[in-house]
Design a protein around this ligand. Structure first.
Ligand SMILES: NC(=O)c1ccc[n+]([C@@H]2O[C@H](COP(=O)([O-])OP(=O)(O)OC[C@H]3O[C@@H](n4cnc5c(N)ncnc54)[C@H](OP(=O)(O)O)[C@@H]3O)[C@@H](O)[C@H]2O)c1
Length: 274
């Protein structure tokens, strides 16, 4: 199998306006797969649409509007003909701040958007794939699902929840012809951090944020994540895919399996200046 269009005809990619989602959409289009990509403002998708007429279709979707997001997915699915045989739930955002410094509603909204709404989108996609006994569901989680980031409690909960959903579905898809990929990127150079204000003025939180920015500055480009995802899709297997720098994607997860929790937490805290 050399090209993804031998496996997939129509893909849904949430958050395709920039960053990882745009790189995934471009990779799929280059592989001959039709793509329905989302943004809260479809105007941000105009460039992709004009570069790929008849192959890229902009969709308005806001994770904060759950009913609207499901309607948008169902509408796009109908427009795709037989529905989507590849769904990449990628859209997401960070919130940085002390747990007690921010209102609980901020954390709750993040979890509702990035777990609650994504669960509904995956539920709709999963039902449609089951009826045809084919397809691949991809959750763009994060290394934070297994190695939580300081001062990003809602994000850590959301990504751990999403990864738990992926792993649950891996059991249920055995023998169905459907695959589930839990894709866990480490840091990639996108606009993720710019879209995440530092909602904390405490000195310790600011130190943690500076350490986060320093790692982010040296991170690889999104196209590399897209190549890792392409390889995972061509492998035609369910599973967890860690993608990123050698340290974040390989060494840190390995250390977390062999070192005691307390040692991992000590090392992480030191790194972030806590
Ligand atoms: N970059 C990293 O280092 C990294 C590492 C691990 C995991 N991730 C995950 O990868 C995914 C993509 O992140 P990225 O780095 O590419 O960030 P990004 O450059 O900020 O892009 C985020 C994408 O998600 C969409 N989005 C954000 N909030 C949304 C909302 N409330 N409703 C609907 N769409 C929303 C944005 O679309 P609009 O703004 O146009 O609506 C945009 O297309 C996220 O789930 C993130 O958690 C990223």
């Amino acid at each position: 199998m050399r090209r993804l269009n031998e496996l997939h005809d129509a893909a849904f990619v949430s958050g395709a306006s920039k960053g990882l989602g745009r790189a995934f959409a471009r990779m799929l289009l280059a592989e001959g797969v039709r793509v329905w990509g989302t943004s809260r403002d479809p105007g941000r998708l105009a460039e992709l649409a004009s570069a790929h007429p008849g192959a890229f279709f902009p969709v308005a979707l806001d994770l904060a509007d759950r009913a609207g997001a499901i309607r948008a997915f169902e509408g796009a699915s109908a427009a795709a003909g037989k529905g989507f045989d590849l769904v990449i739930n990628n859209a997401g955002y960070g919130v940085f701040g002390g747990f007690a410094d921010l209102e609980s509603s901020v954390w709750r909204s993040q979890i509702e958007d990035m777990v609650g709404t994504v669960l509904e989108l995956s539920h709709a996609a999963f039902r449609s794939m089951l009826s045809r006994r084919r397809g691949c569901l991809v959750h763009i989680s994060s290394i934070a699902a297994e190695l939580p980031l300081p001062y990003m409690s809602g994000y850590n909960v959301a990504k751990a929840g999403l990864s738990a959903l992926s792993e649950s579905l891996m059991f249920e898809t055995r023998g169905t012809g459907i695959r589930v990929i839990d894709f866990r990127p480490g840091d990639y150079k996108t606009e993720f951090n710019e879209a995440m204000p530092t909602d904390s003025s405490s000195e310790i939180a600011l130190r943690a944020r500076a350490a986060l920015e320093a790692t982010f500055a040296g991170s690889p480009p999104s196209e590399r994540a897209a190549m890792d995802l392409r390889r995972a899709l061509l492998a035609k297997r369910s599973g967890i895919v860690r993608s990123g720098s050698l340290f974040q994607a390989r060494i840190a997860p390995l250390l977390s399996r062999i070192l005691p929790d307390s040692v991992m937490r000590w090392g992480t805290a030191r790194y972030f200046g806590l």
